[in-house]
Design a protein. Sequence first.
Length: 362
Amino acid sequence: MIRRIGGIFILGLCSATALAASPGYQPDFHPETLKGPPAGRANEVLVLGSPHLSGLPDTFTSAQLEPLMERLTAWKPDAIAVEAVSGLQCDYMRRFPSRYVDSIDSYCPDTGPAQIAAGLDVPAANAEAERLLASLPAAPTSAQRRRLALVLLAAGERNSAIVQWLRLPPPQRITADGLTGDLVAYLDKRLQRRDESILIAATLAAKLGLERVWAVDDHTADSATPKALEKASGEAIMKAWDNPYTKARSDADDALHANLGKPGGLLAIYRAYNAPEAALQTYRSDFGAALIEPSSQGFGRNYVGYWETRNLRMVANIRDVLGHAPGTRLLAIVGASHKPYYEAYLNLMHDVQLVDAENVLR
């Protein structure tokens, strides 16, 4: 009898597992199979999974980026997207502080001083920045670039302001055309940040003669965990992350970081983060583990829901950029955990052709 009950229990588990794994209804429409060809040049997107440079060991120096920059320069993107929240989204979140107070503190710089200097609020500054960019002559004066840098700061587009700052000769990076001494000091200090949006994206944009970068991050799916559930939620997610795949990723990072100071050490990190096998390793250690986290409150599923929503909205922002200028060659620089989701979602788009990062990084 015990054996029979045990057999029924095991059969029940197998049936439940099969049901949970069943794909259910599958639509007949597959947009990823319905690509172009477009009438003109295709939209090409290179997704570069990146470490956050601020989190690298102290042995990191900006000079170590040169082999990577050489390869990205040779690819010649004509648009660059970065993992940053736009000024307009920050303006929106500031109107809903009860939900977004933590996100505002983390991702939205104070634009007040620049708004005062420019005489523009965030929406007006964005409209003015678009007007200035559209009418910018082939050879802007230093005064025009300084004014544009100010307006971009007021718009909440600090990385694009850095592009304008880098395009100025160093002697022309001065207090003038509305830029105050504090704003000049802010721009100069930001040039030194260990931030891929600055050291890679803005630097590459200036080198290639681009006028801006595109902030495509999205944090509108953020919401604070209720205080009563914070401890349990954190413990559940941390327990899910405590798995062999996470340990393997950590060990691999340790080995890569140990060689950071050697020639090609940083390029090796980028090659590893953009290798095909990295996608499934990331999923298994992080989001896949959270998805099956067993808490009755569904903490892991909440987390995965946030993650998928954020990536969908980030990719929607990229698709919007491409839609304004068909035939764009776009470089999307993003934290490496986003890369598999970026590529999967972008591949669904009719007018997007993905570029293999491995080929570019050779």
